[in-house]
Design a binder for this molecule. Sequence first.
Ligand SMILES: Cc1cc2nc3c(=O)[nH]c(=O)nc-3n(C[C@H](O)[C@H](O)[C@H](O)COP(=O)(O)OP(=O)(O)OC[C@H]3O[C@@H](n4cnc5c(N)ncnc54)[C@H](O)[C@@H]3O)c2cc1C
Length: 482
Amino acid sequence: MSIWNKKEIKTKKQILKHDIEVDTLIIGAGMTGMTTAYYLKDKKNVCVVDASKIGHGVTLNTTAKINYFQEKIYTKIMKSRDKNTAIKYLKSQRYAINLIKNIIKKENIECDFKRVPSYVFASTSNEIEDLKKEVNFLLEQKIKVKEKKLPLNIKSYESYCVNDTYIFNPIKYLQGIYDIIKNNIPVYENTKIVKIDKLWTHYNCYTNDHKIKAKNVVIACHYPYFTIPFYLPIKSYIEKSYIIISKTDNDLGFTCINTSSPTYSCRFYDDGNNIYQISLSENHNTAFKQNDEYHFKKVKETFNLKGSDILMKYTNVDIMTPDNLPFIGKLKPNMYIASGYNTWGMTNSILASRIISDIIQNKQNRYQDMFDPTRFNISNIKQLPYILFSQTKSFIGPKINKNKYWYNDNVYFEKKDGKNVAIYKDKKGIEHIVYNKCPHLGCSLIFNKIEKTWDCPCHSSRFNLDGKCIKGPSIYDITYKK
Ligand SMILES: Cc1cc2nc3c(=O)[nH]c(=O)nc-3n(C[C@H](O)[C@H](O)[C@H](O)COP(=O)(O)OP(=O)(O)OC[C@H]3O[C@@H](n4cnc5c(N)ncnc54)[C@H](O)[C@@H]3O)c2cc1C
């Protein structure tokens, strides 16, 4: 369920049917993988694979604001790193906005790309000081930020806005990119990479049935399982947010976000027939709060949404990094990664695509050192206790404390053949039985009552009612077999 996939992306529906050899393999066909393919479109022998369908990962449930006024990110970076890094991050985000603008304009991609003002506001009086710090930083960098009243019926104190930011429909954008690259670059859907071996001259990447021999590998699959040496589990945590799509009469034509957690964020989308308000809030580390129904209720109350106008409810997750900068670049010789976008993946995926495609083509990119994915700095050390605590809590918590909310919804737990299983009984009384353990690192799964999925609180793998893996890092299903 998503506001963006009312129309499926039309593709050739290619599936890998035999072993192949390529120069560059891109794993993941979301914003990152597809835009990287776009930048490599004139190179020979590139291919993209996706475990699911194009754009059906985190990109499907994004709110798709293309924005550099990102709550109080510059103040956070000044704290976690230094002022120069914050300035460089600002430049990188504006550079990324220009890159996506140029692609859409040059290629004439119809994706409802629209310039709109973006507001950042203080939702409590405590946030005012932080907001002012952020605004002063931007003014110092000669960004035109104006104080302006937030045009939304939501509790706000001060608010500021910039005008050179954008919104779009990411699935229409990916359709446009696919149409441009499809004759040169095969995109194999429903093709999951389950293993990568490094050899002297190349990588062997395996699906369940075939092998792809590749000189370069780009890991663009959001949370990769096959890069443990990169220590992502101890360098990041997962943040979950709750999104409600409602019908509205007016396209108020702006985006907004506040400066603290929980985030209150909103934008509008006019698909030509109807106008929708996309409201998001209640973001939290997946290790801690687990009552989806309660969080959706809070989003509805925060944005004063009428029940009758609500069309869809869904959750989404992104990877958060200790120093608020993404991980983009070279992981090992000829292996590249793009991850940890801290919920600002529209700009950062474009930036990652440009940086990685530049490195592959032996071009220098001015931002490549800044996002070095192998970095381990003082922010990592400072946040390590928090990350380890949340990982431990999400590992042990559900094992010993079965969440009381689960039991109200026909979900229960048993041992079958000596293994822990979870059972969901649907309205017709049919039992859907799954193993209650994430195949990634063994965390117990939590039932998502609203979306009817089994979610891993540790690293965000998701499974449907019958145990099919619908989001990594797990590469295996949890279907119970008698
Ligand atoms: C609630 C929410 C709202 C957001 N709103 C915004 C916003 O307004 N603006 C903004 O800038 N950012 C936003 N973001 C962030 C942004 O949506 C994401 O960072 C971005 O979409 C990530 O894109 P991606 O291509 O890296 O990952 P994905 O879109 O997840 O793509 C990864 C792909 O890899 C595939 N894959 C995974 N494992 C394998 C495997 N083993 N083999 C093959 N394929 C595999 C998946 O199927 C998937 O299609 C938001 C995030 C959240 C959580």
